[in-house]
Design a protein around this ligand. Sequence first.
Ligand code: FES
Length: 323
Amino acid sequence: MSADLRVRVEAIVDTGPAGEAGAVRVFDLRPIDGHSLPAFEAGAHIDIVVREGLVRQYSLFNAPDETHRYMVAVALDAATRGGSKHLHEWVECGDILIVSAPRCHFHLVEDAPFSVFIAGGIGVTPLWAMAQRLLALGQPFSFHYGARKAATAPLLDTLRETLDTNGIAFETAFEADGGARLDLARIIANAPEGTHFYACGPRGMLDAYVAAGAVRPSETIHLERFAGASEAVTEGGFEVELARTGGAFTVPAGQTILETLKSHGINVPHSCAEGICGACECRVIEGTPDHRDSVLTDAEKASGQTMMVCCSGAKSSRLVLDL
Ligand code: FES
């Protein structure tokens, strides 16, 4: 994890029935020394050391011009590896947490003629930071928010009030309340030319969004995933050479590049280990990566200049990395 910061849990606000799947807990994190926190870009996330040995990523949803606090929302999800459960059950107001400086791989095009945000459940968080940024800039956008139930939809009241006050089109869809799903094809088709689209939510919604967005220029279709979209490359059988520190290692079958380097005592910064946070990004000096991450854009992947070593492999027999 990059640069450690110590923050105090100033406040906790619950949405939905505590302890039940789908319940959302909002954490207001403040610097312990009264100084400012590092500034962040709309769409950024931080790593939180949930407990020793367990680091998870959470998007910042407060306005990006705030440096006195970081706000994150954590949905209780029985299917996760324990990060949300621990934050829901064990963390209390006044606790000190270790977090990273913010990182951003989900960039907002601030001067687009129009923007469309499509949120699914807890995926609303990075999009809400982006929307607040566009509000501050006076840029036009619409916001479309789907969730299972209104009662557990994170930040719903805040969004409704702020967007209504500012005259921003706000569409909601709550399936378990008898509503339909967001009609992604319609939303995308109805947006004016030059619109940039941003989506974050569950995998099925994002796959449908990518399919619906195929009618638009690919550079206008932005998304962030909370879980890796592809399995890591573990076929092995290629060599990794480290240009700066020296050493060459064969990646064996059953291991990722990151695992191989760790087994040789080489410490590469990393966090999620599933291709979604960008912490393990390395510059590629020679060779062709086999990309499996959800961080780089298609154009960045095609350029082959960098790669995520936690999940991506090699199409060539040898990779030279700037490590
Ligand atoms: S560690 Fe998160 S993308 Fe590799």
